[in-house]
Design a protein around this ligand. Structure first.
Ligand code: SAM
Length: 281
């Protein structure tokens, strides 16, 4: 008789407060053959807090590809394995997607053991509409890329959620103010479930001011939640008019028409006519 195939348990662990872990997660962590962890030193703290002695093996973004085959082999011979990350739910901006995909392909049972995730924790206290939302992971490092992300979401009506690092939090708030508006409603959730947990909710300019006044509040882990808009995407006619009006403030008609045509995809002739009409007003 062939061995029964093992199960991969994808287990959520605390994002700060060590007590935020389910009974089921603890019991599975005790029972599995071994635990594949993003950072074994970090996970040791959690395991020793709960007197769990299960072996830890490292499984992070730099070795996950090489590791996968060994894990799949062990699952195939009937070992149950747990996958955990440093904090929160594995695969959410954390390693593990390759392993889970390979398990599906190999017909190995994958079982979620749900629990904390910083994005859900932040949303749950945002007071913003959370039935529909967009999670866009970490904001890009470069300003130009970050502003592009925000520009693309300018007319997003769902609540938007991002992860951000302490050294870019002020720059990200600056960009939100620049692209959306200074009155844009935002929630900044800092150090969730930890001793110095702080929630900042209000206009982006107010929050920036508060963080600016208190440099220690710029440290830690952050989730940014942005309220969706009820503004509608301008229709092409309105957009053409807006583009032409702006350009006419700076440029002569012919140049403005040519540039406006390039931006909007309209013909130069149509933009020229629109410009003439606008100048008559
Ligand atoms: N897998 C994790 C989850 O489910 O939330 C996310 C891992 S990601 C590598 C780490 C980022 O999540 C941090 O940089 C921060 O943006 C956010 N984060 C994690 N823990 C947090 C906390 N306690 N408070 C606020 N944000 C947190």
């Amino acid at each position: 008789m062939s061995n029964p195939v093992g199960t991969l348990y994808v287990i959520a662990t605390p994002i700060g407060n060590l007590e935020d872990i389910s009974f089921r997660a603890l019991s599975i962590l005790k029972q599995v053959k071994y635990i594949a962890a993003e950072d074994t030193r970090q996970s040791k703290k959690l395991l020793s807090h709960y007197d769990i002695t299960t072996r830890l093996v490292s499984h992070h973004k730099f070795n996950e590809r090489n590791n996968e085959q060994k894990l799949i082999k062990d699952l195939h011979i009937g070992h149950d394995i747990a996958l955990i990350s440093d904090a929160g739910t594995p695969l959410i901006c954390d390693p593990g997607s390759g392993l889970v995909k390979s398990c599906h392909e190999a017909g190995i049972h994958v079982v979620p053991v749900p629990g904390p995730s910083a994005l859900i924790a932040a949303l749950s206290v945002s007071g913003l509409s959370s039935d529909r939302f967009v999670f866009d992971g970490f904001l890009p490092e470069k300003k130009s890329m970050r502003t592009k992300v925000f520009k693309d979401l300018l007319y997003e009506d769902r609540t938007m959620v991002f992860y951000e690092t302490p050294h870019r939090i002020m720059a990200a708030l600056d960009d939100i103010r620049e692209i959306f508006s200074e009155d844009q409603i935002v929630l900044v959730a800092r150090e969730l479930t930890k001793k110095y947990e702080t929630l900042y909710c209000g206009t982006v300019s107010k929050i920036k001011e508060l963080l600016h006044e208190n440099v220690s509040q710029q440290k830690g882990e952050f989730v940014i939640v942005i309220k969706g808009t009820d503004k509608k995407v301008p229709t092409s006619e309105k957009l053409n008019q807006k583009v032409m009006e702006s350009l006419l403030r700076e440029l002569p008609l012919k140049k403005a028409a040519s540039l406006a045509a390039e931006i909007t995809g309209e013909s130069k002739n149509n933009m020229y006519k629109l410009g003439l009409e606008l100048q008559k007003k």
